[in-house]
Structure formats: structure tokens, C-alpha cells
Design a protein around this ligand. Sequence first.
Ligand code: PGA
Length: 249
Amino acid sequence: MSLRLIANWKLNGSIEFNHQWAEDFFKNFSGSNFKSIGIAPASVYLDHLIKVIGDCGIEIGAQNIYEEESGARSGEISATMIKDLGCKFSIIGHSERRLFFNESNKSISKKLNQANKNCVMPILCIGESAEENQRNITYDALELQINEALKDLYELHSLIIAYEPVWAIGSGKIPDPVEINSIHKMIKDVVQSRFPKVGLNLVLYGGSVNSKNASSLFSQENIDGALVGGASLSGKEFALIANVLNELS
Ligand code: PGA
């Protein structure tokens, strides 16, 4: 699966929003490669959105899954459940989950395992904090997150990594695309050399992506696509980003 552009709607949306978003997106999207696009709504709307989007090829996935399959964990959802609904992917380890829900690399590793077992494509988020960035230890911070997330997994059929500097999320600031490109190259090298049994498909960039900065990002060799938060809440704006990706790939 080559999901290159994923909308992360976070804690936003409604039944009406799903309908309006789809109308705006389809009116403005000029490409035909629907299969490269994914949407992650709040989990209560997964089933509804699957029906609204129909069978054009756009994939619907979750923003999070639990680290086990079933049991006494009120409020959680599992990889098996989202698979049952028809979801093909789940975001795992988003920085907001690490920050506000104390998600550890150990728990993220278990979630990757659950996704793998259920053939749900994991979109693993990694990224340095503002402080790590200022201290020039971005590479070390990312390597640590990759190692901790992957070291206990014997095998991972497929994986997409989203590099999301925490300080770039929702801030309107993005790193220099050339810098992002070299970080993506480093991520690919680390995973391929240290974890040969992990099938790394793509490395996406996330953090303040919009239709204006999209071409400067997508023209870089190792930026395979994007995970988009705020700008994905408008069906039109997200379609414009998808159009840029289409033109450049
Ligand atoms: P943003 O969020 O596009 O609003 O910066 C990206 C994300 O958190 O995945």
C-alpha cells in the first residue's frame, strides 16, 4: 500500500462535516490516484466516513489503536476492530498521544505489533521536541524513537514512518525542506541497516503542511508524502495538496 497523503482530523468532525468535506474534496481533486490518499477521522466516525467516501479507493484509518486485542480496557479500540470495519491503516505514536496520554515507546512497539498481526498498515510518528531541535540532537532523538519502537519486533511486514517535528505541528513553521530531506534519508538508512526485517515503505513529513508549501516539500527526493493536520480539515485545501503531490510524482 502506498499511502502518500494522510489527513489526520484529530478531535474534530461530525456527521455533517463528513458530507461537506467529501463534497469539497471531490469537487477540487483533479487526480485519479485515490489509493495514495488516507483519512483518519475520530474513531466514532470511521464507519460513517467509509460509507460517505464510498469505493473510490481512498483509505480510511484510525488515529490510534490499543496495544492489545481485547479485554478489560474500557474506552479503547483494537486493530482487529478497525480491520473489521474495513480500515487499512492506523496512525501510531503521534506526538499528541506521547505528550497528553503518556504513550511510551514500549506501548508504541506493542501497537505496531497489533497492527502487523492484523495487516493494518502502521503509520509510525516520530519527531524531535523544540528543545531537542535547539540542542542539535534531532538525529539522536529520532534514532532513539526508532530503536525503541522497533527493537522488540521480530518482523514487520510493512511500515510507513511520519517524521513530525513536534515544534512544527500546528505552528505554521516548517524546517528547511532540504533539511527534512536529509532527515528522511537518515531514517531510511537507520531502519534498513538496523532492522532488515522491517518493510519500510515510505517516509512522510508532517507539521504545518499546506497547499502553499507542498511543492517545496514534495519535490525533495526522500519526502514521499505528508501527514496533514489542520489543513486537512478543509476538503478543498486537502484536495489542493493532493493535486500538488499528483503533479510531482
Ligand atoms: P498540522 O498537524 O498539519 O496541523 O501541523 C500535523 C499532525 O499533527 O499530524
